[in-house]
Design a protein around this ligand. Structure first.
Ligand SMILES: Cc1cc2nc3c(=O)[nH]c(=O)nc-3n(C[C@H](O)[C@H](O)[C@H](O)COP(=O)(O)OP(=O)(O)OC[C@H]3O[C@@H](n4cnc5c(N)ncnc54)[C@H](O)[C@@H]3O)c2cc1C
Length: 293
């Protein structure tokens, strides 16, 4: 199906984008990679009267480390993250996700920030952003604000980006030497959204105690979900097989998926547990923790 008719407005600067958003109000939508918005328009699930295309804003396409974080601009494609040596070396959780979002063709166009703004309940980036304690920089006419990912992901397809605002950047704090993570996803075939997904990031203290933990699950509710009880169990404990099982069980308890062609509710809830456990084990292996008691 063809989209309903719309005006196309390419912009060359953030100021121009904000002016266009201010002028057209709720009639306008930002166009980034177009990999979610254009299909939604073709199915008439979205009918923006004006598309504000931010692709010509060259200054938004960056991926760099600064101020203790990996900064990913709103123009940065998934493929740039997938191919980045900096990400591969220092951001294992981010690197894992970049390799499994959609398929290689979609990753050529899709952006991380667009994925977060779309906030699909089965999207990958929100899950990793929760575990990695990411922040999003948002700018509007009133100024620039930094929003924690927990506050950013409001509900299915709804974020903290208000009318007239543009998400500029996502920031993943740089993991220290004793921090690592893992992203685990089950999909029916390459390019599919997750049947279930889990992200973990752990920091170990000098004696091997877990001093920080981020645990999140996806395709398990209206939006990516932090498994708070798992984090509480892990922090302050030394990793053991029993601890990992108990933490993973917390994911199954709070998982609230919908039944669809990818699986029934019981299967998806069980997979939330299995994937959290796999992500915990993979993370500890990356931290060179030996065999667990
Ligand atoms: C075949 C296929 C398979 C896919 N599989 C997966 C998958 O497995 N996992 C997954 O996570 N995703 C998947 N996707 C979605 C894909 O990753 C999209 O690229 C992503 O969801 C949106 O990024 P985008 O840059 O294309 O955003 P767009 O489609 O351009 O925009 C999406 C939404 O975010 C808004 N938006 C975008 N950027 C900004 C901004 N800077 N500020 C404010 N609002 C903004 C837009 O207005 C729109 O509402 C798939 C898509 C396709 C077509």
């Amino acid at each position: 199906m063809f989209p309903a008719s719309f005006d196309y407005l390419p912009v060359r600067s953030v100021d121009e984008a904000l002016a266009a958003l201010a002028e057209h109000g709720t009639d306008a939508r930002i166009l980034a990679g177009g990999q979610s918005l254009i299909p939604a328009m073709r199915f008439r699930l979205a009918r923006p009267a004006v598309l504000v295309d931010i692709n010509p804003i060259a200054e938004l396409a960056y991926l760099r480390e600064a101020d203790g974080a990996l900064l990913i601009g709103a123009g940065t494609r998934d493929v740039a993250i997938e191919r980045s040596a900096t990400v591969a070396a220092g951001y294992r959780l981010v690197s894992d996700v970049a390799a499994v979002v959609a398929d290689p063709v979609v990753r050529q166009s899709g952006t991380v920030v667009g994925g977060l703004c779309h906030n699909d309940p089965a999207g990958d980036w929100g899950v990793a952003a929760l575990a990695g304690r990411a922040q999003i920089v948002v700018r509007g006419k009133a100024g620039t604000r930094t929003v924690s990912i927990d506050d950013f992901l409001v509900d299915s397809y709804t974020t903290a980006v208000a009318d007239g605002e543009l998400a500029l950047e996502v920031r993943f704090p740089t993991p220290g030497q004793r921090t690592s993570g893992s992203y685990q996803k089950i999909e029916r075939k390459v390019g599919d959204f997750a049947t279930a997904a889990a992200a973990v990031q752990l920091t170990l203290g000098p004696d091997g105690t877990i001093v920080d933990a981020g645990v999140a699950i996806g395709a398990a509710g209206p939006k990516a979900t932090r498994v708070v009880m798992a984090e509480r169990l892990l922090i302050g404990s030394r990793p053991t097989t029993e601890l990992l099982q108990s933490a993973a069980a917390e994911a199954e308890k709070i998982s609230d998926p919908v039944a669809d062609t990818r699986g029934d509710v019981d299967f998806k809830r069980a997979m939330a547990r299995v994937l959290v456990q796999r992500a915990l084990i993979a993370t500890l292996e990356r931290l060179h923790v030996g065999e667990l008691r």
